[in-house]
Design a protein around this ligand. Structure first.
Ligand SMILES: NC(=O)c1ccc[n+]([C@@H]2O[C@H](COP(=O)([O-])OP(=O)(O)OC[C@H]3O[C@@H](n4cnc5c(N)ncnc54)[C@H](OP(=O)(O)O)[C@@H]3O)[C@@H](O)[C@H]2O)c1
Length: 348
């Protein structure tokens, strides 16, 4: 059994905790919490062991919380840390905790791969470089948009690589997650230098990729419009299902009208945390014109990276063959079943 500690219990940490605490080959050490709020109450109600910074122990205990120990103690007793800290905090955690205690760690997509605050040399995308993260000590799990782009681009590359000239992607990003309390501002904001382009190119270095990103007042999901330019005419295929029907975590839908349709259906179906854990191609919006193919797909921002963390964990800790890892992750997250339900609901 591998002892795993989850440092941070925000939108990503609480989802990783829900999944990992059910995996029989993981000894779930617990979660790291930094503030007293409703997420702490949730973790206690779920009976997760809670660890806090040493200097905050008196505050948490005075308020009557049952705290299992300090974050340092939890890390010391773990074989792997999944860092789910706010953007940038992963770097200080690495320097102050993981390196001194010689512990491997998975970081999330808000951390840097280059520059002064870099936490790792590699960004993981299970579809592309699962085998390259075997036994690595520090790896970043790509962010939701980056995970989604890899999941869509790699099958295209495998099918049509030498015929493709370039990819142009417009990311329409949700403002906040469902459970965020922050205000959703009535504005459309642009990003002068989206990190997603370099992140994807870190694992697909030879593609010509151009990314623009806009943040819109929605909580539901991201939406990507991907334009693929071919050298000649767009190759013939009947349906995007021809390319994606065997892909892990890709649903091909035709009847959803917007991101909220899918998110609310996930809730109605009782999917944990209202997550689908996948991308959803909206086939009815596909356009082919001469050398240009346009695809639209939505990306479950909070859900998609959680099975990716589980796959990455299996590569880093066990060096498990990829197919076997996909099977285990599928059985933990029920991705194939969820996809079938969504395709039935929103299918042709
Ligand atoms: N939200 C998404 O859709 C999404 C998708 C993909 C990737 N990511 C990435 O996942 C990471 C976490 O994002 P999030 O949305 O979960 O953020 P979040 O909801 O703001 O949660 C961040 C958590 O970090 C905790 N924290 C504060 N200081 C910390 C420290 N030194 N070490 C560890 N944790 C600390 C906070 O604890 P307290 O609340 O107790 O203060 C909070 O629970 C980021 O890198 C983000 O870019 C997010």
């Amino acid at each position: 059994m591998v002892r795993v500690f989850i440092n941070g219990y925000g939108n990503i940490g609480r989802r990783v905790a829900s999944a990992f605490s059910h995996d029989k080959e993981i000894q779930f050490v617990g979660i790291g919490k930094y503030s007293i709020d409703e997420k702490l109450d949730e973790a206690i109600a779920k009976k997760f062991p809670v660890y806090v910074p040493e200097e905050k122990m008196p505050e948490f205990r005075q308020k009557g919380y049952d705290i299992s120990g300090t974050i340092s103690e939890a890390i010391k007793g773990s074989d792997l840390v999944i860092d789910a800290a706010k953007d940038g905090f992963g770097f200080s955690n690495k320097v102050n905790l993981y390196i001194p205690m010689n512990k491997p760690a998975i970081f999330q997509g808000g951390e840097d791969r280059t520059g002064e605050k870099k936490v790792a040399d590699i960004i993981h995308n299970s579809r592309i470089n699962y085998d390259k993260v075997v036994n690595q000590k520090y790896v970043i799990q790509g962010s939701c948009n980056v995970s989604g782009m890899g999941r869509i681009m790699q099958p295209m590359i495998e099918k049509f690589a030498d015929k493709i000239l370039r990819y142009d992607v417009t990311l329409i990003r949700r403002w906040a997650d469902l459970e965020d309390t922050k205000e959703v501002k009535d504005s459309i904001e642009w990003d002068k230098n989206p990190h997603h382009q370099d992140d994807v190119k870190s694992f697909l270095p030879s593609v010509k990729l151009y990314v623009e990103a806009y943040k819109v007042p929605s909580r539901m999901m991201h939406l990507h419009q991907m334009t693929i330019r071919f050298k000649d005419k767009v190759p013939y295929f009947d349906s995007l299902s021809d390319i994606y029907h065997d892909e892990f975590g890709v649903a091909v839908l035709t009847k959803a009208k917007g991101t909220a349709d899918i998110r609310l259906k996930a809730r109605e179906f009782g999917f944990e945390h209202d997550d689908t854990n996948m991308v959803h191609i909206h086939e009815e919006t596909m356009r082919k014109s001469d050398d240009t193919l346009k695809i639209l797909y939505s990306d479950d921002q909070t859900g998609i990276v959680i099975p990716e963390n589980h796959l990455l964990f299996q590569s880093m800790m066990f060096g498990r063959p990829k197919n076997e890892a996909y099977e285990r992750t599928d059985s933990l997250f029920q991705i194939s079943k969820k996809r079938d339900m969504l395709e039935k609901q929103f299918g042709a």
